[in-house]
Design a protein. Structure first.
Length: 107
């Protein structure tokens, strides 16, 4: 059995946290707790977008723009959820898409 390196721990940690966050985002029904989980996931999605942006070399401008777009999707989800008070489910889907895009750009 080979020991796991730091990159493997980072990768599996991000994937585990992402899966747990997305499950909590869609399964928690209590209003106050759901709001907190939504804000934590939005911050996590913005953080992942930033990490995906900085993980790309400077000559991969297209991938950097996709990472920025993923972070902006999380901002749009926050606006849709709290400012416009529209569909909560659509805001959750935007967060889900933001997370999936930023993770795919990063790895």
């Amino acid at each position: 059995m080979t020991p796991m390196g730091a990159l493997a721990v980072f990768t599996y940690g991000l994937l585990g946290l992402s899966v747990a966050g997305l499950l909590a985002l869609f399964l928690v029904k209590k209003a106050a707790t759901a709001r907190v989980i939504f804000m934590l996931m939005a911050g996590y999605c913005i953080f992942n977008g930033f990490i995906a942006y900085t993980a790309q070399p400077s000559n991969y401008a297209g991938m950097q723009m996709i990472a920025i777009a993923a972070a902006l999707l999380a901002v749009a989800a926050i606006i849709l959820r709290f400012v416009l008070k529209r569909s909560i489910f659509l805001a959750k889907l935007l967060l889900c898409g933001s997370l999936l895009i930023s993770l795919s750009v990063m790895f």
